[in-house]
Design a protein around this ligand. Structure first.
Ligand SMILES: [Zn+2]
Length: 343
């Protein structure tokens, strides 16, 4: 982006903010709305990790030298080899505790830190690693470019980069890194430790839960639709998705795929079968025919509401948080169906 473009963008953003800040707040979580959400499913609640409040995190040995760290909000993990430790992500929430958590498991030094993607909630705790001598910080080239531009003191800059695939060997262990684009603009890594049958892919599958808002705020729903088959092609027993209250396995990836495709197919069916002219004619009775934005919004709202009503009964007892985020999932699928997809 040229300096002029950047300046124009800043002006537009500040104007947008000025307009928004003059408006009443539209999206609110009122006490009534909060009370309306179904409680977290008991099957999910029973799998919450027990976190010692004094520590703020828990560590679980999942075999093959891999340990998962969680605070029931974020997850990272590390691999102990005979020649040192490789860390996968350093979340902002508990990144500062990772070196001491590792020291309780092994005396071996931390040799490498791998970034799954750019987002600060997953790597914004890396600053705690700044004094580790000779540390290799490994990330996609595109991730490193973004972080250089951002110059965020909380996200240490990578010093080893690669374009699409990299295999790391250390102390007799192997880690396979592969680039995908299901979540963030700059790319997302699959992190695979074959000896441990361990697969980590952040921000796509959250065992027990519906995906986070808008299918994990994906910047590319087309790629997101492919991520489940890409994951299932691996031979793994342990899956780490980077969030919430448990780790998972192959079955969780299958359920997430089933949910995602149900949302996509339902939205597509309802959108493609809707008599849009009738919806517009009905809305025009109230607002007239000049306000095309309002008339078009009536069409999109009708698809959204009908889709949520159709989907929610099928999923509300199967995944936690469905009622919280389903409208956002439908919106993401609707944008794809309407603007990207074929008929
Ligand atoms: Zn993310």
């Amino acid at each position: 982006m040229t300096p002029k473009c950047a300046r124009n963008r800043r002006i537009i953003l500040s104007l947008m903010f000025a307009v928004v800040s003059c408006m009443p707040l539209l999206a609110q979580s009122s006490p009534e709305e909060m009370k309306g959400y179904v409680p977290v499913l008991s099957s999910v609640k029973s799998r919450f990790w027990k976190i010692d409040p004094a520590l703020g995190y828990a560590v679980r040995n999942v075999g093959g030298g891999v340990y998962v760290i969680s605070d029931n909000g974020w997850q990272s993990s590390f691999l102990v080899t005979s020649d040192g430790v490789i860390v996968f992500d350093a979340p902002a929430s508990f990144g500062k505790n990772i070196p001491s958590a590792i020291a309780k498991v092994t005396d071996l030094p931390i040799k490498m830190l791998i970034y799954s993607h750019i987002h600060k909630d997953h790597i914004g705790g890396s600053v705690a690693f700044r004094n580790i001598k000779g540390l290799q910080i490994i990330a996609l080239e595109s991730v490193a470019d973004f972080l250089k531009e951002m110059n965020d003191p909380n996200r240490l800059l990578p010093n080893v980069t690669f374009q699409s695939e990299k295999t790391i060997t250390l102390g007799g262990k192997t880690v396979e890194l592969t680039r995908h684009f299901y979540h963030s603009h700059e790319g997302d890594l699959f992190i695979y430790v074959p000896q441990a049958k361990f697969l980590m892919a952040v921000d796509c599958v959250t065992p027990g839960y519906a995906p986070f808002q808008g299918f994990d705020i994906t910047t590319n729903f087309h790629e997101y639709l492919k991520v489940f088959d890409d994951l299932s092609a691996y031979d793994f027993d342990t899956f780490v998705g980077g969030h919430l209250t448990d780790i998972g396995g192959k079955r969780d990836v299958e359920i997430a795929k089933e949910f995602t495709y149900d949302v996509y197919n339902t939205v597509k069916r309802i959108h493609n079968n809707l008599d849009q002219a009738a919806v517009v004619a009905e809305a025009a009775k109230t607002v007239g025919t000049d306000n095309e934005f309002a008339l078009f919004k009536a069409v999109l709202d009708k698809v959204t509401n009908d889709s949520v009503r159709d989907l929610q009964p099928r999923w509300i007892d199967r995944l936690a948080g469905v009622d919280v985020w389903l409208p956002s999932h439908v919106r993401t699928a609707l944008i794809y169906v309407r603007w990207d997809d074929k008929e």
